[in-house]
Design a protein around this ligand. Structure first.
Ligand code: ZN
Length: 143
């Protein structure tokens, strides 16, 4: 079934300031934006270097030059933190669609959406989209 026009769940969303990426939710069609990216920024690398220099200097009396290997520990921590931060932004706040789960396991993604709507009442259009999602999943619609 094809829909002729853009029919999002929410027409009026928050205005996004300097988004990293703008897109439309594949399930509900609402305009969305990411503010973080899963990669370290220049600022993050600067913080990372600063943290490891300070921590390296603190442990220098104990471990000598080896204390600067703490850089790699900080690098791993920063990498994990940035990814976790990005993952928090993935689920759609309007319909509960989680693209990262959809890519990994469609059944779990369906369950998450069902749980999201369990105590809410979708409008007729959204109900139709949810039924379609339960049966077929996401399909890219032609305009
Ligand atoms: Zn959505």
């Amino acid at each position: 079934m094809s829909r002729p026009d853009w029919q999002p769940l929410e027409y009026r969303t928050f205005k996004h300031k300097n988004p990293k990426m703008e897109f439309f939710c594949p399930l509900c069609g609402t305009k969305r934006a990411f503010h973080s990216s899963p990669r370290l920024s220049v600022k993050n690398y600067f913080q990372l270097t600063l943290c490891s220099v300070i921590a390296g200097a603190i442990f220098y009396p104990l471990m000598g030059n080896r204390s600067y290997f703490i850089f790699f520990i900080f690098w791993a921590l920063f990498e994990a933190a940035v990814r976790m931060n990005f993952r928090k932004e993935i689920p759609c706040p309007h319909c509960g669609f989680d693209a990262s789960w959809y890519k990994k396991d469609v059944k779990i993604a369906r369950k998450i959406v069902q749980e999201f709507w369990a105590d809410k009442r979708p409008n007729a259009d959204m109900k139709e989209k949810l039924e379609e999602f339960d049966e077929e999943g996401i399909s890219i619609k032609n305009k």
